[in-house]
Design a protein around this ligand. Structure first.
Ligand code: ZN
Length: 166
């Protein structure tokens, strides 16, 4: 098992299903690997696309130590060029459940409490060196919400268990 430092949260920036996004990665982008480990439909259904021991293609330069979760959406329904937090309550819950799944699979191999949970855009280079990734430095808006403060309370499986995620 590889050492995981980040759980990266993404949006699909569209409303296609698993098959259509897989076709896009393969045929349009020419990727050999899938882009995420987990895909979460608007109804909360989680589809695992790759074993977490496998490297996927979520954030260039960080993939060898990351697990990637993506929710379907993240843009306006009628304008996919406009970023928007479109997570349904079911998706919010499924993201937490998926984080717990990841912890459960890693906990015998490493200390999971130091894994950082952040959005794709939080990996963007901090160009002016002020220690934070400012909005204008973002390579993209993905996942269309601020994942770092949203998940700051998660310090490991116990935090999730206390909220009823088991
Ligand atoms: Zn992304």
């Amino acid at each position: 098992m590889r050492k995981i430092k980040w759980i990266a949260i993404h949006c699909t920036a569209g409303y296609g299903d698993v098959d259509s996004i897989k076709r896009y990665w393969k045929n349009v982008l020419g990727w050999k690997e899938v882009g995420y480990h987990f895909f979460i439909y608007r109804n909360g259904t989680v589809v695992q696309l790759a074993d977490i021991s496998k490297v996927t293609n979520g954030v260039k330069g960080f993939n060898s130590n990351s697990v990637h979760i993506s929710y379907q959406g993240g843009v306006e329904l009628n304008n996919v060029n406009k970023a928007k937090d479109t997570r349904t309550p079911e998706q919010k819950q499924a993201i937490l459940q998926t984080i717990k799944t990841i912890y459960d699979q890693l906990k015998f191999n490493q200390d999971v409490s130091d894994i950082r949970i952040q959005g794709h855009r939080d990996f963007s280079p901090d160009k002016n060196g002020n220690g934070v990734v400012d909005p204008w430095e973002r390579i993209k808006e993905c996942p269309s919400f601020d994942a770092i403060p949203e998940y700051a309370w998660i310090k490991g499986p116990e935090s999730l268990r206390q909220k009823g995620i088991i």
